[in-house]
Design a binder for this molecule. Structure first.
Ligand code: 8X3
Length: 249
């Protein structure tokens, strides 16, 4: 049975991936900031598989180190790392952007991913085996106005995925970069700081992707044969043609 370590497991794509993999014979290390929600999910999934939880903030390197370092021996051999934690904060021109929003996106989406990876890659290298799945975004493929810092953070994730592949392939570590388009999760509500009505307009008039659709893709890439690496995948809802073009009814 393989062990998967999932960041941002309390909601959205992370939660859906955890739920999907729990039913496919993976043991899970669920990570998040919200302890209660994490414990509740762990309780549910524990009926299907072994689950361990780690509560930490990916933006704090010391917390990341302590959390990964605290894993009991039987949980230390991580086969799959799903770098899912990340968010958008604000949607406005650079001149109006808030520094605190920029910090959250750069610290979480970019530095957080690096911090977690830095703590987990050495074990994978030692075992000459592993698979890292980085959740980037279609925002990495095409910059859009008002989301420049978010796009930059996701472009950084793409670059880090490319770099990881260059540096880690020789150690038997696979790297997959997934770029989802519009997925209906808490994403827009966080981007719009709790404005549920505005968030709902993002997903109105067409069928957006569900977190489970991305979990389906994750299941496919982690279950691919050993000699197959799915390097990159872009996943749009059928009504979306680019990050800024969605055909609504
Ligand atoms: C989220 C997708 O289109 O809002 O990563 O940038 S989008």
């Amino acid at each position: 049975m393989r062990t998967a370590f999932i960041t941002g497991a309390t909601s959205g794509i992370g939660k859906a991936a955890a739920t999907r993999l729990a039913g496919e014979n993976y043991r899970l290390i669920l990570c998040g900031r919200r302890k209660e929600i994490l414990e509740e999910l762990a309780g549910e999934l524990a009926q299907k598989t072994d689950v361990y939880t780690l509560t930490f903030d990916v933006r704090n390197y010391e917390e990341v180190q302590n959390a990964v370092g605290s894993l009991p021996a039987e949980w230390q051999a991580i086969d799959i790392l799903i770098n899912n934690a990340g968010n958008a904060h604000g949607l406005e021109p650079l001149t109006e952007g808030k520094v605190s929003d920029w910090d959250m996106m750069m610290d979480g989406n970019v530095k957080g991913l690096l911090y977690v990876s830095k703590c987990i890659i050495p074990g994978m290298k030692e075992r000459t085996s592993g698979h890292i799945i980085n959740i980037s975004s279609v925002a990495a493929l095409q910059t859009y106005a008002n989301g420049v810092v978010y796009c930059a953070s996701k472009k950084a994730v793409k670059t880090i995925s490319e770099g990881m592949r260059l540096e880690l392939t020789e150690f038997g570590i696979k790297i997959t970069d997934l770029a989802p388009g519009a997925v209906e999760t808490e994403f827009s509500e966080i981007r719009f700081k709790g404005d549920k009505d505005r968030a709902a307009t993002v997903y109105a008039g067409y069928e957006a992707l569900k977190a489970e659709d991305i979990a389906d893709v994750i299941s496919y890439v982690v279950n691919a044969p050993k000699h197959v690496t799915i390097a990159d995948m872009t996943i749009y809802p059928s009504a979306q043609a680019s990050p800024t073009q969605i055909f609504r009814k």
